[in-house]
Design a protein around this ligand. Structure first.
Ligand code: MC0
Ligand code: CO
Length: 134
């Protein structure tokens, strides 16, 4: 069901500052920056191989990213797996007793359809399922 690691989400205090490490030190290229209001985040994408690093900065004090940094500090916040059919994947996860954060697909960066699984059901990793064209 899972095709690949679509992206790795990393919570940062400041996108502009954090991007320097990935560009100047690791030699990755910033592909774009986008605000996703529904998730209360500003996102920067840096492709690497056939996956991407997603840097996430909070846009509001009640953003999941603000809360994550408050509790754990900056760092890896989620892993996103690419699926072909998000509704079907969610239905199967639910049947298997996995706790869904999102029962229905929501919109993520780059027009992707996304939904999160609760870390309490996944051995402590916040998992995003992600369906996108191409
Ligand atoms: C733009 C889009 C895209 O890709 O296109 C994105 O990625 S948006 C990316 C940002 N959006 C999201 O993250 C949306 C989904 N996330 C959420 O709904 C939330 O952040 C939850 C994962 C439900 C956590 O919220 P909640 O208010 O419950 O936080 P909390 O601090 O009380 O945490 C409850 C328990 O979950 C754990 N916990 C919290 N966040 C975690 C994380 N990121 N990874 C692993 N564990 C985590 C805490 O340690 C705690 O465990 P203990 O009880 O053991 O202490
Ligand atoms: Co993500």
């Amino acid at each position: 069901m899972v095709k690949k690691v679509d992206h790795i989400g990393i919570a940062v205090n400041n996108l502009e500052e954090s991007v320097n490490f990935y560009e100047d030190i690791l030699g990755l290229k910033l592909q774009g920056v986008e605000t996703v209001e529904e998730q209360k985040v500003k996102v920067a994408f840096l492709p690497v191989g056939d996956t991407e690093i997603e840097l996430l900065e909070a846009t509001t004090p009640d953003s999941p990213i603000a809360k994550f940094i408050e509790n754990k500090g900056q760092g890896v916040q989620h892993i996103a797996f690419r699926v072909d059919d998000l509704e079907k994947a969610l239905e199967e996860m639910k049947k298997l007793g996995i706790r869904l954060i999102d029962e229905k697909p929501r919109y993520g960066a780059g027009g992707a359809r996304i939904a999160f699984l609760h870390p309490k059901s996944t051995n402590g990793v916040l998992v995003e399922l992600c369906e996108r064209k191409g």
